[in-house]
Design a protein. Structure first.
Length: 121
């Protein structure tokens, strides 16, 4: 699934499943997508909202949209797929996204077989 907004294009994993994975069967019924983003100027927020609308249009997909500082380990542990949105800041991700990774990496380590994920910039 491709979502376009202005000059940016987002490629969403479809069908939010890994082929052959027991944890992520091809049927997406009852799956939760967590979209974590940071935006100061509003562009990344608009992309995140477009991704939410596109994903929510799929049957059986529950979409949770969180700003990076508001996203928690509980949000991460409850999701079946993850989409991260960040502006490019001098060639790297936003500090808020790095903060999300720092807060959730060790508590989530070992709690997922595999987690489908994607990034948009």
């Amino acid at each position: 699934m491709i979502v376009a907004s202005g000059a940016a294009t987002v490629l969403l994993p479809a069908p939010l499943a890994l082929p052959g994975s027991r944890r992520y069967p091809r049927n997406v019924a009852g799956k939760r997508l967590l979209i974590v983003y940071h935006s100061q100027g509003g562009t990344t927020q608009r992309l995140a909202e477009a991704a939410r609308e596109a994903a929510a249009s799929e049957d059986g997909v529950d979409v949770v949209l969180r700003r990076a500082f508001a996203a928690s380990i509980d949000d991460l542990l409850a999701c079946d797929a993850l989409l991260i949105g960040s502006p490019e800041n001098l060639g790297t991700m936003a500090g808020a996204i790095k903060n999300f990774f720092d807060r959730t990496f060790y508590p989530a380590q070992g709690k997922f077989d595999q987690l489908p994920d994607a990034v948009f910039v």
